[in-house]
Design a protein around this ligand. Structure first.
Ligand code: SAM
Length: 301
């Protein structure tokens, strides 16, 4: 037994347990020693896509029976997995990439298996959001290390502008995922809906050959993307700086945004912003910017 295997195997991995295993977000060498060990030990590997996981396993020299558990069959598949656990099997669950349950299936399986009385054990590892936050520096520090995970922003312009308006008032950083076919629209929406100097980290293709990490004021993001056609390719994670202490100084919080949205349904943007400021104590200028972003979203729909 080589040294690394004994390191991973020194812990016990009880039978009748579901192991939720994080897998690489690009570089296969990010698969942890314990993940490798448990995948080898599992009686079956439940996964989102059997072809994808089959390829991952064969790259690390493993061959295990695969069971498809995806968004559309998660509940029924969970029942069958619970039966196998009851029979004393070890089952590993992996999503296509990164940590299961994080903008990925897995939560329902975990819930069903735990409800059936079987232990569920995490094997931590890569996640694009955490990787991006780990290199966000001041963007994260300005909010005392706190962050909000926003998943994927809504694809429709109006819902996206509203989501950005809600997130804009957070006093700490927030993280979201984006696909290449939407990155241009999302950066444009962020530039329209946030104060221009707010810093943004764009993490593209993390851990892969064309990895790119750039930090810029959000107002510059659309031009940054347009400056090189290659920049729109690949997978994206975005970290947006929080409003920081500005939030406490009158930038709109969630309640101010709610009041603004209600008033905007009845009134012109300027009037709605003024009244929302009078009611909530938030800054009229910031509310007006949000109102304009929301109206722009309405017009796009
Ligand atoms: N469960 C995964 C995790 O823990 O990060 C996320 C799965 S979600 C379906 C896939 C999205 O994560 C991609 O569309 C992209 O936004 C982000 N992502 C995944 N891998 C990435 C990478 N290598 N670089 C940047 N973003 C990535």
């Amino acid at each position: 037994m080589s040294d690394w295997i004994s390191l991973a195997a020194s812990q016990s991995y009880p039978a009748g347990t579901l192991y939720v295993v994080a897998t690489p977000i690009g570089n296969v060498a990010d698969l942890s020693l314990r993940a490798l060990h448990v995948l080898g030990l599992a009686d079956a590997v439940a996964c989102e896509d059997t072809r994808n996981t089959g390829q991952l396993l064969s790259r690390v020299g493993l061959q295990r029976p695969l069971v498809a558990v995806h968004e559309h069959n998660e509940r029924e598949a969970a029942g069958r997995i619970a039966e196998r656990l009851a029979a004393g099997e070890r089952i590993a669950y992996v999503s296509d990439a990164g940590t299961p349950g994080i903008s990925d299936p897995g939560a329902r399986l975990v819930e069903a298996v735990r409800a059936a009385g079987h232990p569920v054990v995490p094997l931590p590892g890569p996640s694009a959001a955490v990787a991006a936050l780990s290199v966000a520096g001041d963007l994260l520090d300005a909010g005392a290390g706190r962050f909000t995970f926003a998943g994927f922003l809504p694809p429709k312009p109006k819902a996206r502008a509203e989501a950005i308006a809600r997130l804009a008032g957070l006093d700490h950083a927030w993280v979201c995922y984006e696909a290449p076919h939407r990155i241009a629209d999302t950066l444009a929406a962020l530039a329209a809906g946030l104060p221009g100097e707010r810093r943004l980290l764009v993490g593209r293709e993390l851990t892969k050959l064309f990895e790119d990490i750039a930090v810029m004021p959000v107002a510059q993001a659309p031009d940054w993307l347009a400056a090189d056609p290659n920049r729109a390719k690949g997978e994206f994670v975005l970290v947006v700086e929080g409003a920081g202490s500005a939030a406490a100084d009158g930038l709109p919080d969630a309640e101010a945004q709610r009041v603004l949205s209600l008033l905007l349904a009845e009134l012109p943007a300027k009037r709605a912003a003024k009244l929302a400021a009078a009611i909530t104590g938030a800054q009229t200028g910031a509310l007006y910017q949000l109102a304009l972003a929301q109206r722009a979203g309405d017009a796009d729909d």
